[in-house]
Structure formats: C-alpha cells, structure tokens
Design a protein around this ligand. Structure first.
Ligand code: ANZ
Ligand code: ZN
Length: 862
C-alpha cells in the first residue's frame, strides 16, 4: 500500500513517540565515547525566529550523526531567562516579569518541539528559576572567597533610559548603550566586579589550545584582551613619592619632557600647588563627566592643567613638570604616563598646545629631526640619540633593539622592570535592576560585606515588587526584604540590592546541563568532567567576545576551585551565518515595504507612493518587514522540509538567503524519497524487511548502483563530520535518490541496500520522514538508533570505465572497458568497437592517440 507524504501527521506522531520512548535522552553509558553538542540557549522573547531555527538545526544534525555513529550524545536546551525586556514588559504592561518569562518559555518550547530537535528535555534549565540561580549565587560566593569577586567605587557607564549600569563592553564606539541606544553618562557608584583580569594572560595563551575555533573569533578575543608589553618605570616626585608609569617605549625615557596624570590619580591633590588648586579641581570635575571613549579620541583637541609640581626622571635626574589631562585614564597601566612628545602623537599635540619642550631621541636614518620644528611625532624607526647608554642602538622592539636594551638596562639599574598590561578590565557585574540574580551579600556595619551562608541560598527574588519605571532598583525600595540580621554577628544589616549582569547566568549553564537536576550541589564534578568540554558549540558571531570570554573565565575560576579538570569549555566553535531575506526600501521615503505588499517582485513599487523600490538581501528583522515566521513554514511544509532547506541552502557559517522556491524544492525532494521508498515497499515487503545477502557475482547494473550507494555514504559522512558541509551532504542524498530511481535492478538486494541506506543517511536531516519510512519498511526500532552506514571500500572501486571514442578529435560515442586496461588494450577495444568501425569504414587510420582512462582518438584520411 502506498501512502502520501503527509508531514503534519507524521511529525506530530514521531515527536510524541520519541518523547514517550526517551529516544533523545542523554545516556550515562561509560562504554561509549561521549559527544556534547550545544547551541547557545535563547533569551525567551516569546517567538522563535529563523536564526534560532538555523542554529538549533545545525547542532541537531551534528548530534544525530554522532549518535548513529555510536556516541552517547548530550544535546540540551534551556533559557537565558533573566534580563531587561521582562522588566520593561512589567513596567509597560503591568505583567510580572516571572509570569511574562514563563509564558514565553512555554510558547517557545512548544515551537521548538515542532522542529523535531533531539533534545534531552530532562536537562532543561531556566536561569531565572531558583533551583538554577541558587548555584549562580553559590558560584559568586566561591569567587568572593577566592578573591575573584570584589567591590569598589567606580565611575560607571550609566544608561539614562534603562536606568542601569553598563559594562564598558555594552557601550558602543559612539558611546551609546548597546540595548537602549541612549548616550551613556558617567556616574560614581560602589559596584561589584569579577576579577577576569587575573586570567588575562591565560585567556590569551589558551586561545592556542582552540584549533577548532574560527580564527576571526580568536582574533577578536585577542584584541579584546589587548596585551601590550613594555616596562614599568618609577619616577619620583620632589616630595619623594613614587610615581610609577607604564610605557610601551621605555627606550624613549630620555625624551620625556613632562608627565601626565589621570585627573583621578590619587596623588593629584598632594601634588597640586595652592595657585593651581582651583584650575585643577575644575578640570577634574569636567573630566568626571566624560566617557573613556570621549577622553581618548586621537583627534580631540588636547586639554589639561599643570599641577605646579615636578617629577624626577630616574634615568637622567631631570626635573619635568607634572600635568593632569583627561587622555590619561586611571583604569589603564598606573594612571600616569611619561610624555614623550617627539615620538607619541597625543603627547606631541599636548606639548604644542601648552608650549612644552619636544626632545628627539629616535633619529630616522638620513634625516635630522628637530624638536622645535617637527610637525608631528615620529613613532617610527631610526637609531637612538641623546639617550645615554642607548645611543646608537637601532630603535625597535626586536631582539637587540632599543626597547629590549632599555628594559635590560632599567632592570640592571633597579629603575624599572619589564611588564605587560592588558586592555581587559575587570567585569562589572552590578545591575540596579530587579529581574536578575540577587547578589548574595549582606552589608553589616561591623562585619562589612558578608556572603550569605550556603544553607541560606538561594536569596530569593521577592515577588511583591512595584514596577514603576522610576530610577534605581525596585529591590532597594523593599524595606522588609532589605533589612535582615547579619549572618555573622546578628546585628541589624542590609541586603545587597544589586542583581548580577545576566552574562553571569550564561557563563556556566553549559556545566549545569551535565547534571541539571542536582539539588545538593552546583553539579557533580564527575559528571561535568565526563561530559565536558563541549565538543561542538554553535551560535551567533555577536557572542564572539563577551559571552565566550566570560564562559572561559568562569571555567578557569571553577577549575582553580577544584571543581573542573579542564581549562577550556568549548572545544570547537561554529558561528553560524545570518538568515537573510529580500528587503524592499523606498529610497525617497527611506521606509521599508513588506514583501507581501509588493505586487510584482520583478518590478517592485511602493503601493503607497508608486515609487520604485530598492531591493536588498538583509538579515531578517521586524523593522525591515522581511522576516519569515518559522510557524508559517512549518504549517505549510513541515519541520523536515524547513530543516532540509536550511541545511541545503548554505554552509552553516555562511549567510543564508531565504528562497521560497528552494523551500518548495526540498519539499519536492522529500516527496521523491517518499515515493522511492514506498514503491519499494509496495514491490515486495520481504525484500524490505530483511535484505537477502548480496550475490557473489553482481551484474553491471548492480555494481554501478552499489558504487553509487557507497559513494553517497562516503561523501555524506565526510560532509557531516569535518567541516559540516551539510549543503553538499543534501546534494549527495539527492544523487543517491536519483541513482535509485534510475536503477534497472529494482528487485535486487542491492536496491534494498540502497533504500535502507538512503533512509539512514536522511535520518539526521529529516528525522520524522526517515523514522516513518523506516517503520513502514517493517524495520525494528527507531532509525535514529541504527548504526551509521559504513562505506565499503571495495564497492567504491569502479571496475569498468567509460572510454570516449573520437574521430579527428570529435566525440562519436563511448564504450565500457575494464578499468585496468593498458594503452594497447584500450586501442584494441576502441578499434573493435562498433562506433569506430562505423566511422572509419573506407578510411585509412593515420594515427591513434590514447589517453589512458579517458579516450581514444583516431586520426584518419580519405
Ligand atoms: C611613553 C611613550 C612613548 C609611549 C612613545 C608611547 C609611545 P598601549 O599600546 O595602549 O598599551 N599610556 C600608558 N598608560 C596610559 C593611560 N593610563 N592612559 C593613557 N595612555 C597611557 O599604550 C601604552 C602607551 O600609552 C604607553 O607608552 C603610554 O605612552 C600610554 F613614543 O609611554 B607611552
Ligand atoms: Zn555583622
């Protein structure tokens, strides 16, 4: 009996069956190698978009192939569920963030389930649930005890719209909030930090342990860590205070003509002379309001004030004036610099503006730079001059050049030492918001900041909060929650009201999945050390820096706490490309027009104005009206088609252009497979259930088909293992299906082998259709629990080749000849062939050209 391919029916059926039978559960089977496939978990916005579908389909295929290859696979899913949108929904619509979040989770989970993703739902985590954030708090307490969490007063980036503090990394290059887009302001607050800088060097070096990460992501991390090498050199003030500076050019010490301190530098007050005090204070106040980005812009007009004091240059005993200027930041190096205007452009601009001396110490070959007349700093090559022991040394960072020589000299003299500095800053985690993990600390007037004891975790988020949208944290206004006894001395104390940056939640979720239901421990280290590191992580490039860096940091911290035995959490990383679609824009109004409103896509015009529209391919988004709702695609074609299209249309790391015709094409392909298999079943179910052993001597047709089958196995396997070329894997499936359709030996056991292979190879891509066909074939169990087919090397060898027969260079026909024929044999076969005889009759053969394995060309006359 032949049935019609009906995805709606079979997909629901199989999703139910797999769930009931626990097919997708990760099994703790020590006899099998493990494979951990992970997609970046979503923020539960409420709706699945195509980017999600793509991300999850990729790990799903990878995991399914590994499972068939005999691995025990961990493929979990969860929710990055704290964050501002829920709180903003509470403010805007009066719905509690928890309710809003859990509703969204339920909705998205429903949609995810319709995609047929092989998740172990028993390990689902939601970061907003107390049984998860209890452990986020516990990790914070560990870090506190390890000295990796601390508090300090800090100038923070304040988002005036979201009313919260932002990490530097959450402010874009124009100084705007990454989330609200508001111009970020500066504010002084006491804040919690995690000491990621403790691992700066290791975070940098261990990138070398990650050959399976995209080079571009590693480069972004490297730049973010921003290591620079140089020296710390100690200047002294006239009063004898030490004033250490960090410089990448210690070789230019003899060219330092003034010093610049950051306006926030702790010695400024002491160094300021009475006549300068008013000007210094005014300047400090002004600088406090500016962001680091504003302060350090190269092209900015330089400003600054002299303190009235001098410092002594340790290399030559010269007195040089000490200034303050906002281009020196307190957060980098020592917050103080020696200024070498002849060789540093910012110092040069400053010196010219305030008439400070410029002294050349690097002389470029064949030139004679003069500090009084030069028009820009010379940061380049040359040899050292006016520099005491360095004179004549070639300037540069290489072996034997000035920088190395200077460091050796400084160290020998006890005047400084080689040092590295990092652009990486400690991670500011305090947020003055409600919908996040409460920082588990109680502030006691006598004991200071006391961590909440383990047996009192979690510190629950109170539910009776008022969401007014007024500034500050709603938690701070909850008297009954804030006022508690000190856990250490019992005195009246106050809870910390800051919650944690949500990046903390996502910096350890991949560990929890390995032991997600553990109520007594953050996780069992045995289980985590078994499943981790993640073998394949897949997610968007937007997380190339922060999420991945924070996760690497937390992993190293927990390793040093003795909980983990690995250094890096993610062995391989794939950053998937964007899902794009046609977007129509009216160039006159600048507005986007929905594609549904475009009557003729060949000739698109704005229905409102009649203007011709510009056509782009852009990332699907609401604002460009070019989104395709996964729900619509599922309703029309089913999940298997959606999956096949996404995998077929582009390699996973490349952008994917949506194309309805190609979606339709994949639907038709699945229908063709359906027909191949159901026709085969209809032809004789005995064959389908138990293929008879292959006969000894196969016919040519059988041999050819068997070769096609095993080439498909080989190619698909290579495509799904190494570089994840799912697009070509799908093409191979199509070729195999064509070979089966064209085969002339449909009642042969080889054909049965082909059908069975096709269904197995299809299984990771179109899991529902494959399992349905497998069942209809009368096979036992789920196709997803079958071993992955192995290519038979003997079957791959072509034992006959096709030889082209040419007359005077013109192809006249082909013949099949034994693959191992030598030149003479090939000529013989060709001469005897019907084609040759027909075309040569009555003519004289002048010459025979034989190209082994390919062709025989007869040159004739007459
Ligand atoms: C003297 C000098 C001479 C410098 C020269 C450069 C060139 P990176 O590569 O970013 O590490 N610097 C040090 N601390 C600073 C701070 N807190 N704020 C602003 N600038 C600071 O750059 C390090 C260089 O930036 C240091 O080397 C210092 O200027 C400046 F021809 O010292 B240099
Ligand atoms: Zn106390």
């Amino acid at each position: 009996m032949e049935s019609r391919y009906n995805p709606a029916e079979i997909e629901a059926k199989w999703q139910k069956t797999w769930a009931e039978q626990g097919v997708d559960r990760a099994v703790e089977d020590p006899g099998k190698p493990k494979f951990y496939a992970l997609s970046m978990f979503p923020y539960p916005s409420g709706n699945l978009h195509m980017g999600h579908v793509r991300n999850y389909t990729i790990t799903d295929v990878i995991g399914r192939v590994r499972r068939m290859q005999g691995y025990r696979v961990l493929h979990p899913m969860g929710w990055d569920a704290f964050g501002l949108p829920a709180e903003n929904a509470a403010i805007d619509r009066g719905i509690h963030p928890a309710k809003w979040t859990y509703q969204n989770i339920a909705q998205m989970k429903e949609q995810l389930k319709q995609l047929g993703l092989a998740y172990d739902w028993g390990r689902e985590v939601a970061t907003c649930s107390p049984d998860y954030y209890k452990w986020t708090q516990w990790i914070f307490v560990q870090f506190l005890q390890m000295g990796l969490a601390y508090q300090k007063e800090a100038a923070v980036n304040w988002d005036p719209i979201d009313q919260t503090v932002l990490a530097n990394e959450q402010v874009d290059s124009e100084g705007r909030s990454w989330r609200s887009g508001a111009m970020v302001e500066r504010k002084l607050l006491r804040q919690w930090f995690l000491k990621i800088t403790h691992y700066a060097e290791e975070l940098l070096n261990d990138l070398d342990k990650l050959p399976g990460w995209p080079e571009r992501v590693k480069l972004m991390q490297e730049n973010w860590i921003g290591k620079s090498t140089g020296a710390q050199v100690v200047f002294t003030t006239e009063a004898g205070d030490e004033l250490p500076i960090f410089t990448t050019r210690p070789d230019t010490l003899w060219g330092a003509t003034f010093m610049v301190l950051s306006p926030e530098h702790p010695l400024v007050e002491k160094l300021t002379t009475p006549t300068q005090a008013a000007a210094i204070q005014a300047y400090q106040k002004e600088a406090a309001g500016k962001s680091d980005i504003d302060r350090t812009a190269e092209d900015k007009e330089k400003t600054g004030v002299w303190t009235g004091s001098y410092a002594i240059n340790p290399v030559n005993g010269e007195n040089i004036p000490i200034w303050i200027a906002d281009y020196v930041l307190m957060g980098y190096g020592t917050g103080a610099i020696m200024a070498v205007p002849a060789h540093d452009q910012r110092d040069f601009a400053f010196a010219r503006k305030f008439n400070l001396p410029v002294k050349v110490v690097v002389q470029p070959e064949g030139e004679a730079l003069d500090g009084d007349t030069m028009t820009a700093a010379w940061p380049g090559e040359g040899h050292m001059v006016n520099s005491g022991p360095l004179d004549g040394t070639p300037a540069g960072k290489s072996e034997g050049q000035s920088v190395g020589v200077a460091i050796a000299w400084l160290e020998a003299q006890g005047k400084g030492k080689g040092e590295a500095n990092y652009r990486l800053r400690d991670w500011l985690i305090s947020r003055q918001r409600y919908w996040g993990v409460p920082i588990p600390v109680i502030h006691c007037p006598s004991c200071g900041a006391v961590p909440v004891p383990d047996d009192q975790l979690p510190v629950l988020l109170p539910e009776d909060v008022e969401f007014s949208g007024r500034g500050g944290s709603p938690l701070a206004r909850l008297e009954h929650w804030v006022n508690v006894p000190c856990p250490s001395c019992g005195e009246a104390a106050k809870r910390e009201t800051d919650t944690m940056d949500t990046f903390i939640d996502s910096s350890w979720y991949f560990l929890r999945y390995a032991d997600a239901c553990n109520e007594g421990q953050v996780f069992d280290p045995v289980k985590v050390n078994d499943w981790l590191p993640v073998d394949q992580y897949v997610g968007g490039i937007e997380h190339a820096i922060l999420h991945l860096l924070y996760s690497r940091f937390v992993t190293k911290g927990l390793r040093d706490r003795g909980l983990l035995n690995f250094d890096e959490p993610f062995n391989r990383l794939l950053t998937q490309g964007m899902v794009q679609n046609t977007a129509y824009k009216n160039p006159k109004t600048g507005k986007y027009v929905a594609s549904a409103d475009v009557a003729d896509p060949q000739n698109p015009v704005d229905p409102a104005t009649g203007d011709p529209l510009e056509v782009f391919y852009e990332k699907m988004s609401k604002s460009k009206y070019n989104g395709v709702d996964p729900k619509d695609v599922l309703a029309k074609y089913g999940a298997d088609t959606a999956r096949m299209f996404i995998l077929f249309k582009a390699p996973p790391e490349k952008d994917l252009e949506w194309d309805d015709a190609d979606v339709e094409g994949q639907f038709r392909f699945l229908n063709r497979v359906w027909r191949s298999v159901t026709e085969f079943i209809g032809a004789g179910s005995a064959n389908a259930q138990a293929p008879v052993p292959l006969p000894e001597g196969l016919s040519k047709a059988e041999k050819d088909l068997r070769r096609a089958i095993h080439i498909a196995i080989k190619e698909v396997t290579e495509d799904v293992e190494g570089e994840y070329q799912f697009n070509t894997a799908v093409s191979e499936l199509m070729k195999l299906n064509n070979a089966l359709s064209d085969a002339s030996c449909k009642d042969s056991p080889v054909y049965a082998e082909g059908i069975e292979t096709l269904v197995k190879l299809l299984a990771p891509f179109a899991p529902h259709a494959a399992d349905e066909l497998w069942q209809q074939m009368g096979q036992a169990g789920s196709v997803h629990q079958q071993p992955w087919p192995q290519a038979d090397p003997n079957a791959l060898i072509a034992d006959e080749i096709t030889l082209v027969i040419q007359i005077m260079g013109k192809t006249r026909g082909t013949i099949e000849v034994p693959a191992d024929s030598d030149k003479a044999a090939l000529e013989q076969y060709a001469r005897e062939s019907e084609v040759a005889k027909r075309h040569i009759e009555g003519k004289e053969i002048k010459k025979v050209i034989v190209v082994p394995g390919k062709l025989v060309n007869f040159v004739v006359a007459g």
